[in-house]
Design a protein around this ligand. Sequence first.
Ligand SMILES: [Zn+2]
Ligand SMILES: [Zn+2]
Length: 436
Amino acid sequence: MNSTGSLRDAASCRDAIAAGTSAVRELLGVLWQVQGGELGALLTELDDLAAVAGGARVAVVAEAETRGEISSSQEGSTAGWVAANAPSLAAGNGAGQVARLVRESARPDLAPVRDAATTGQVNVPVALTVLTEHARLRPRLRDEAAPTVLRGLLDMGIADGTRGVRSVRPALLAAYGADGEFQDDADAAERLVSLSRPSSDELGALTYQLVLDPVGAAVLEAAIGPLSAPVRGPGGERDRRSVQVRRGQALVEVCRRATSAGDRPPAGVKTTLILTMGLDDLAARTGAATVLGSAQGGALIAPETVRRLACDATVIPAVLGGTGELLDLGRATRLATAGQLTALWWRDGGCSFPGCTTPAHWCDAHHLVHWADGGASDLANLALLCGRHHSVVHRDRLAGAVAGGTISWDLVPGSYDRHLAGTSPPGVRFDSGPAA
Ligand SMILES: [Zn+2]
Ligand SMILES: [Zn+2]
């Protein structure tokens, strides 16, 4: 830590700390002497000092704990000892947090977190968030990935703090999770999707609470994106609406257009959502796809969810080869004609899942042999499904077949794979129990 090469002993370091503390106190009285342009640099110096001091505080507690100073003290607990000796940590839960950090980062595999905390690279709350996130992810990772994931969490903490640590979770799970873990998260998030009933305030404005999974958010952002852009007035004057106002009005406009479409087939594509995914991942149903463009750009979508989205004629999947080159950019109009869509609506009438009564205009056109497996976009390979049953059909990997103008479904999970592999006898009865 000493640039001159000769190491100071602890006593002279403590003298210097005392001198530095006095210097900071005295500085307040002569702050006016600091040139305006130097105030930023001064703040950086003080910030550095505070970070290093905060880290050293953790190091001292860890040292006292290791040496048995704390267990033999009057306080008896680490938090109590910290509060007694570091008055600024006594208020709130500061002492408790330092104690928890020292205790939880004692394991050898967590040494990087402890090192980052004691050198002041991350503060105590961020270090604790890294430990918590790592503990939550740990059982769901491939064994060999744990150190890489810890490093990833820590780097995000150093760069972006607590928020950064939490934001990187989907990417780490997609890249290093055991098979199916990222998809499980995505499925769990999908179950949380909700829109509250409105509550009104005294002015008559209504507040809704909307919770979306990454796919729902990507669809919403893609739909309202173009409509929420600022619009110049007739004389070229600036749009004075706030972003929030524009987004709210765009959402209402999207709903208005949807209801005015009535029960006729939509004239154009619904929403253009562009996703990229590696070909290998798409085939093997691993990894994650990335949303391009819109406010949700960069969001990760779980692999089975991508195959469901790629089914719908209004999503554009961009499949990437091994070196990231674009292999196949699906066209937005994979349903060739409006006439074809009308025929599909007429044939199925609505969601084709047994017992569902969702009308046609709320349905997706599902590819019976998935688009990702090379299924064609013609009537013999399409079936209408509502959003919920489209999810179910992909999640449980169900096979469907067109016979005599009606769709029937094999509701045994995994039937799709058996039909695709040809391990089901031809002419198997759908809707009627195990197929293979
Ligand atoms: Zn589908
Ligand atoms: Zn349905």
